[in-house]
Design a protein around this ligand. Structure first.
Ligand code: SAH
Length: 322
């Protein structure tokens, strides 16, 4: 008899095992790995926000779930060029639980400090970046069966829906409700910190802007979908991010929310085309690849519309791109 495990517990265990033992970038590609321009534009964004914060020195530049460290390395290169004062003032703090990825990040970002959780990062004004971080945090799922909600558990590679206290409502039978409790708790903590200490955060991820029913849990292996429930720890489990709920959570903590806007619109507003043209002129042999990479990030048919960007500010800042 296999004890059913609540989906969020299963997902937390599966992802911790996966990130500790696998190279995630063999299974999926993220924006900073597609184009250096992504991190460069985010570096310029951070520099602009820092100036609006009154140029605090020191300032924490925090990234959650930095993967290979590519985004931060690209951002720092741009910051050193366009805002040397900011470059001198910033201290890089990375939130990463995977020892394997910490080692990769250290190769690119030797002066960074590492933490397991946002709550462990020292106090002070901060600029926070998170790309494809929240989609990897565990979710709960509820299924509407015979007029009542039941909570999805995992047993023997299959879902088992067990009775639960979630109040019944008019949802159609078969509807699936997702609750990204871990992402919301993270946002509550982030927003409270920004209000208390000052600063701004930029969250980029795929997801929806209005709550909706549906099962968005997915697993990718070598770029192909596989069953999320079998062989915990062999594929990365992700779910769509509920940006409406994130925004409401940040506001409830007294922070100001910007967006969400589509990633394509955001990157174009930050000067994607001009940056690509300049790089292409400097490196003609790479021009076609640079244009193709930018298109993948910004075109609505690719990542430009599914991916959304949300900014959260705790002080008087008008973040660019919104
Ligand atoms: N931002 C990177 C990587 C995205 S993959 C990029 O865009 O390429 C997700 C990242 O979040 C990985 O670095 C993974 O190890 C980290 N991560 C996943 N769950 C985490 C958790 N609960 N706490 C801290 N980091 C986590």
């Amino acid at each position: 008899m296999i004890e059913p495990e609540r989906l969020d517990h299963f997902m937390a265990r599966a992802n911790a095992a996966y990130y500790a033992s696998h190279d995630p970038f063999a299974d999926f590609t993220t924006a900073p790995e597609i184009s250096q321009v992504f991190g460069e534009l985010l570096g310029a964004w951070a520099a602009s926000v820092w100036a609006q914060m009154g140029a605090p020195d020191p300032v924490l530049l925090i990234e959650a779930g930095p993967g290979r460290g590519t985004l931060m390395a690209d951002a720092l290169r741009t910051v050193a060029r366009v805002a040397p004062d900011f470059a001198a003032a910033l201290r890089v703090h990375l939130i990463e639980t995977s020892p394997r990825l910490r080692a990769e990040q250290a190769a690119r970002l030797p002066s960074a400090m590492w933490h397991d959780r946002l709550e462990d990062v020292p106090a002070g004004p901060a600029i926070v970046l998170a790309n494809e971080f929240l989609d990897a945090l565990p979710i709960r799922q509820f299924e509407h069966v015979a007029g009542a909600w039941a909570e999805r558990h995992v047993a023997g590679g299959r879902f088992v829906a067990l009775p639960c206290a979630h109040a019944s409502d008019a949802a159609p039978d078969g509807a699936v409700l997702e609750l990204g409790e871990a992402a919301l708790a993270w946002m509550a903590s982030l927003a409270a910190r920004l209000v208390r200490e000052g600063g701004a955060a930029l969250i980029l991820d795929y997801g929806f802007t209005q709550a909706q029913y549906g099962d968005t849990l997915q697993a990718l292996r070598h770029g192909r979908p596989v069953s999320p429930l079998v062989e915990a720890g062999t594929a990365d489990l992700t779910a769509h991010v509920d940006f409406a709920a994130l925004a409401a959570t940040a506001r409830a903590k007294g922070a100001t929310v910007w967006g969400p806007v589509a990633q394509g619109d955001f990157l174009r507003a930050l000067g994607l085309e001009a940056r690509v043209e300049r790089l292409a002129a400097l490196h003609p042999a790479r021009a076609a690849a640079l244009v193709a990479g930018a298109d993948r990030l910004a075109s609505p048919a690719q990542m430009g519309a599914l991916f959304k960007v949300l900014a959260v500010t705790g002080s008087r800042i008008m973040p660019p791109g919104f």
